[in-house]
Design a binder for this molecule. Structure first.
Ligand SMILES: Cc1cc2nc3c(=O)[nH]c(=O)nc-3n(C[C@H](O)[C@H](O)[C@H](O)COP(=O)(O)OP(=O)(O)OC[C@H]3O[C@@H](n4cnc5c(N)ncnc54)[C@H](O)[C@@H]3O)c2cc1C
Length: 455
C-alpha cells in the first residue's frame, strides 16, 4: 500500500523507460487497480527499439517489425503518450510536452504534472561541424535508419549496374562508415556481408568492385570487446577487403566527396556516422543537476543527486559504478546497464512510495558480443574470448535471451531458422519511403528527379 496517490511520469520508451514502467506495473498491480498509482510514459514512438538487432535488420536477417516492441501491448496498465518532453520544471513537478496533435491543435505545448519523475531520454548521436555531414550523412540508431540504409545500399548497386559513367558507378559502390564502436563496426560488417552476397545476382558487379571503408579516429576499434578482440576484428575486416583506417578522421564530405585526414578522397553517396553519442538536449532544459559531459548526476540508488522524487538511469544518467576499483567511475552507456538499472529503479520507486530503504545499483560489466556478418563474430563475455563462428553463435544466443517478450523471441528465432533454410532476401523497398509518388504521377504531378541517389 503506497502512502498517497502517486502519479509517475516516465520520459522515454527505450530500455530504461520500458523496463522501469514494466517493473512498476508488476509491483504496483494493486495500487494501479485501486487508482492509488498512475504511470504515464511519454515517448516519440509507440515502440521500444532493441538496438543490438539493428545491424541484422539492415542485413535483412530480421524483419524491422521484430526488432521493436509495441509499448501499448507490453505496458497495458500504463498511459502511453506519443510525444516529446520539451522541458521539465522539477521544482514545480511539471513537464512540458508536444504530441503529434500539438501543431494541428494550435494551442501550443501541453503541461503535465507528476509526483515521481523517471527521466530516460537516452542519448543522441555526437556529431562534429564537418562540412557536408548534416546534408549527406546518416546515423545508425533507429530502425528507420537501419532499413533506410539497407534499401539505399541495394539501390546504389542498382545505380552502379545501370550506369555507363565510371565516376557514378565508383561513387555508388563506395560506402564510408565513420566510427569504430559497436554500431559502426556491426552495421558495416553486416551490410558488407549482405552486399557481397547480393553481387551474385548482378551480371556486372563483383564483390571486388565495391569499396567499404571504416574510418576511426583512435588506434583501435570495438573497445567494448577488449584490445585483443579489437585487433582480431581489424584483421578479419581487412581479410574481407574492408579498408580499415585507424588514427584517421573525416575532414569533409562536401559535394559528396569524403575527405579523410590522411589526405585520401572518396566520392561516395553513402556516409554513415556512428562516431559516439552525447547527452540528450532535453537534460539541459530541466532544473536538474548535470555533470560536465551533460549527463544527469545520479546516486547509486538511481535518484537524481540533491533533489527528491526524480530518478534516472541508462545513457542519460551518470551513475557511480560502485563495482569499479578506481573511485569516480560511472557506469558505461550500454544496454547491459540500462536494463539492470531499470529493474533497480522500478523497485526503488516502489520502496520509496512504501517508505522502505532503497537498493544500491551494483553490476560488474560482463563483456560484449558483436556480430560481423553471417557466421562471423567476436566476443569477450564472462572472461571468455571467442571469435568466428562460436562468437557469432554466442551473439545470437545472448541476444535471443535478452530481446524483450516471448513473442519477439519466437519471431526472431523463426526468422533465423527460415533464413537458414532459404536464400537471403536481396530486395530493396526504397520506394516504401515515398508511398505517394506513383499516385502523384498518375494524378498529373511531376515525376521525382534523382529519387534514389541521396543518402
Ligand atoms: C546500433 C546500436 C547497437 C547497440 N548494440 C548494443 C549491444 O550490443 N550491447 C549493449 O549493451 N548496448 C548496445 N547499444 C547501446 C544501447 O542500445 C543503449 O545503451 C541503450 O539503448 C540505452 O538505453 P536508454 O533507455 O538510456 O536509451 P534508449 O534505449 O535510447 O531510449 C531512449 C528513449 O527516449 C525517447 N526519447 C528521446 N527524446 C525524448 C523526449 N524528448 N521525450 C520523451 N522521450 C524521448 C527515445 O525515443 C527512446 O525511446 C547499441 C546501440 C546502438 C545504436
Amino acid at each position: 500500500m503506497v502512502k498517497e496517490r502517486a502519479r509517475i511520469l516516465v520520459v522515454g520508451g527505450g530500455y530504461v523507460g520500458m523496463y522501469t514502467a514494466l517493473r512498476l506495473q508488476q509491483k504496483l498491480k494493486q495500487e494501479l487497480r485501486r487508482g492509488e498509482a498512475e504511470i504515464t510514459v511519454v515517448t516519440p514512438d509507440p515502440y521500444m527499439t532493441y538496438q543490438p538487432f539493428l545491424p541484422e535488420a539492415a542485413a535483412g536477417a530480421i524483419s524491422p517489425r521484430h526488432v521493436v516492441v509495441p509499448l501499448r501491448r507490453v505496458l497495458g496498465q500504463c498511459r502511453i503518450v506519443i510525444g516529446e518532453a520539451r522541458s521539465i520544471d522539477h521544482a514545480k513537478r511539471t513537464a512540458t510536452l508536444t504530441t503529434l496533435a500539438t501543431e494541428e491543435e494550435g494551442t501550443g505545448p501541453q503541461q503535465i504534472t507528476y509526483d515521481e519523475l523517471v527521466l530516460a531520454p537516452g542519448s543522441i548521436s555526437r556529431t562534429l561541424p564537418i562540412p557536408g555531414l548534416a546534408e549527406h550523412g546518416i546515423g545508425f540508431r533507429t530502425v528507420e535508419e537501419a532499413i533506410g540504409l539497407r534499401n539505399h545500399v541495394i539501390e546504389q548497386m542498382d545505380i552502379a549496374s545501370s550506369t555507363r559513367d565510371p565516376a557514378i558507378r565508383d561513387a555508388a559502390l563506395t560506402f564510408v562508415f565513420v566510427g569504430g564502436g559497436f554500431a559502426g563496426v556491426e552495421a558495416l560488417a553486416e551490410l558488407e556481408d549482405m552486399a557481397r552476397y547480393t553481387t551474385r545476382y548482378y551480371h556486372n558487379i563483383k564483390a571486388e568492385d565495391m569499396k567499404w571503408i571504416l574510418v576511426e579516429a583512435s588506434d583501435r576499434i570495438l573497445p567494448e570487446v577488449g584490445e585483443e578482440m579489437g585487433r582480431y576484428t581489424v584483421t578479419e575486416l581487412r581479410r574481407r577487403n574492408i579498408d580499415v583506417r585507424l588514427n584517421t578522421r573525416l575532414d569533409s564530405c562536401a559535394d559528396r566527396v569524403a575527405v579523410l585526414s590522411d589526405g585520401s578522397r572518396f566520392p561516395t553517396r553513402t556516409l554513415v556516422w556512428t562516431a559516439g553519442v552525447k547527452s540528450h538536449p532535453l537534460l539541459a532544459a530541466t532544473d536538474l543537476p548535470l555533470t560536465e559531459r551533460g549527463r544527469l548526476k545520479c546516486t547509486p540508488e538511481l535518484t537524481v543527486e540533491g533533489v527528491t522524487h526524480a530518478w534516472a538511469a541508462g545513457d542519460a544518467a551518470a551513475v557511480p559504478d560502485v563495482t569499479a576499483e578506481e573511485p569516480g567511475k560511472e557506469t558505461a552507456p550500454n544496454a547491459q546497464h540500462a536494463v539492470r538499472q531499470a529493474r533497480v529503479l522500478g523497485d526503488n520507486i516502489v520502496h520509496s512510495l512504501r517508505g522502505e530503504p532503497l537498493e544500491t545499483y551494483a553490476h560488474k560489466y560482463v563483456g560484449s558480443v558483436a556480430s560481423l556478418g553471417l557466421h562471423e563474430g567476436v566476443a569477450h563475455l564472462y572472461g571468455r574470448k571467442l571469435k568466428g563462428y562460436p562468437a557469432w553463435f554466442m551473439h545470437r544466443v545472448y541476444h535471443l535471451s535478452r530481446v524483450p517478450t516471448f513473442n519477439r523471441k519466437a519471431r526472431v528465432l523463426a526468422e533465423w531458422t527460415l533464413s537458414g533454410l532459404f536464400k537471403r532476401e536481396i530486395v530493396s523497398l526504397g520506394s516504401l519511403e515515398h508511398p505517394r509518388a506513383e499516385f502523384e504521377l498518375a494524378a498529373g504531378g511531376k515525376p521525382r528527379t534523382d529519387p534514389k541517389g541521396s543518402s
